[in-house]
Design a protein around this ligand. Structure first.
Ligand code: SAM
Length: 276
């Protein structure tokens, strides 16, 4: 497919730089620039923004973000094989793409942001995606350094992110995301859109931080959700025993016969606030 940005087609880039996909690095590349533009557009206006991208790979999504006018892209990539391909993009957009070779799980993203409006956009490696999201959701201070996160996940994970009470996909991730963000699933991406195709459908999720979420200690919320959903079929008086059981439920005014999946985010916050 002819590229709108004047750079070579991604298939050629991959071939020239020998970027055959490595499963261990969660490499499923997007080669369709219409699709990468659709993902980048889902993030909202980019003109005045610094965009943080995890795992640019050969640079398909990176190119879309730059073509849509992002002031700057800071991209963290673990696979050094991708760096020469990314350097070509950097040359094409002088001063607008900074590539950091490293592990996103060990990166201090808040320190990378320059204090101006920042968005996170990424087609995440499936094996570290959930952990990265949790890291971005649970910094000490709030509001966080970013204005939004537009992230590709396996659809199953996307469903868990947006799930609320009385939904089979509701769990710890739904509570954490519901507490601090407004999250929505934007659109699905079928396996055949990727090279190589993964086994499952993917989905793009867009999350925006809530300016003033209910007051709560993040670690306490993690503890109650872990206990409650660790035994999700049991009544809360049983599943919450390790963190205070019936006494905790009484202090929070919650019926001990209920099950985890029926509690709203606000009720989990009430429980966390009653933890000793
Ligand atoms: N953004 C490209 C695209 O959309 O075609 C590639 C996405 S691919 C699903 C995930 C990318 O994340 C790969 O380039 C992989 O090398 C990189 N990656 C995997 N683990 C990583 C980590 N811990 N830190 C940074 N990048 C990582």
């Amino acid at each position: 497919m002819a590229a709108l940005d004047g750079l070579p087609p991604l298939r050629d880039v991959i071939q020239r730089h020998g970027l055959d996909a490595k499963k261990a690095l969660g490499q499923n590349f997007l080669l369709d620039l219409n699709l990468t533009q659709k993902i980048a557009r889902t993030a909202g206006p980019l003109e005045d923004c610094t965009v943080i991208e995890v795992g640019p790979g050969p640079g398909g999504l990176t190119r879309a973000i730059l073509a849509l006018g992002a002031k700057k892209v800071i991209a963290v990539e673990r696979d050094s094989r991708c760096l020469p391909a990314l350097a070509e993009i950097s040359d094409h957009y002088p001063g607008r793409l900074e590539v950091i070779e490293g592990d996103a799980l060990k990166t201090d993203f808040a320190a990378l942001a320059d204090g101006g409006p920042t968005r996170i956009i990424a087609n995440l490696p499936y094996n570290v995606g959930t952990q990265l999201l949790v890291n971005w959701l649970l910094p000490g201070g709030w509001p966080p350094f970013y204005r939004s996160m537009t992230l590709m996940f396996q659809k199953e994970v996307g469903l868990r992110i947006v799930a609320r009470e009385d939904d089979d996909h509701y769990g710890r991730l739904g509570v954490l995301c519901g507490w601090r963000t407004n999250a929505r699933m934007a659109f699905d991406v079928p396996p055949q859109a990727f090279t190589p195709p993964p086994k499952v459908t993917s989905t793009v999720v867009h999350l925006e931080p809530i300016a003033t979420p209910l007051a709560c200690d993040a670690r306490a919320l993690e503890r109650v959700t872990q206990a409650a959903f660790g035994q999700r079929r049991k009544m809360l008086r049983q599943s919450l025993k390790p963190v205070g059981g019936e006494a905790l439920l009484a202090r929070a005014g919650i019926d001990p016969q209920r099950r985890a999946e029926t509690l709203s985010v606000a009720e989990f916050v009430a429980l966390a606030n009653e933890l000793e």
